[in-house]
Ligand binder design. Sequence first.
Ligand SMILES: C[S@@+](CC[C@H](N)C(=O)[O-])C[C@H]1O[C@@H](n2cnc3c(N)ncnc32)[C@H](O)[C@@H]1O
Length: 243
Amino acid sequence: MQGRSENALSHSSVNFDRIARPYRWLEYLSFGPWLARCRSAQLVHLTGARHALLLGDGDGRFLARLLAAHATLTADVVDSSYSMLRILDRRVRRSGRQARQRICLHHADALEWNPTRSYDLIVSHFFLDCFFPGQLEQLLDRLLPYALPGARWVISEFALPRSTPAAHLARGVVGLLYRAFGLLTGLRVRALPDYATALRRRGLVPIHDCHYLAGLLRSQVWSAPPPAGGDFGGKIRIEVEPG
Ligand SMILES: C[S@@+](CC[C@H](N)C(=O)[O-])C[C@H]1O[C@@H](n2cnc3c(N)ncnc32)[C@H](O)[C@@H]1O
């Protein structure tokens, strides 16, 4: 694993180490299978991806599925939690030595990490909501230069639905989650960032979009500007799942 030693990331007061082990069970207790469904929703749209960057993948459940679904894909994984990375590492090793050889782990703050290669796939599940708006801009400015033309960015996030009763409920759920994560990890962010506007401003467009739990969960694939002369390869597809 590359990076500084455990708990040595002094630039960030946020630390997910304490909840790394119970994370999966806390998730099932609070949202049942829905977050996992949301994470996996776009796997079918990722064929052809060769080099992926996973941001804050946590305990690696998505990464294990991604590696299994795309047999030649390699991945860099960046996470500021050493404990999360250790759990992820163990999970991928259980899938076999070949799978472990296809990934490189980086114990680092994504806001400060320097990529050394380019990617045709970036993945962030329930990660962008860990940032203040200014930090989100910083993250995109830092990483998007390493996105190849036409690269896809898969994003899962909580969202506030349009319909009023669902929006009230969602606001309550999101507020509670932020308070809980604030207590458990030191996270100070309290509002979902407008990543869509930030991505559009940099030329990305959404190409797949689906919702779960009446719009509380959102799964999207965004595409970076295509190579000169290319097109985005299709119109946006909206899928609404029951639940
Ligand atoms: C809410 S958890 C999401 C984990 C996983 N992606 C999922 O879908 O459940 C956020 C993850 O991002 C990591 N993280 C938070 N801020 C980070 C940062 N600035 N740099 C790198 N990783 C960060 C945390 O350690 C944690 O693993």
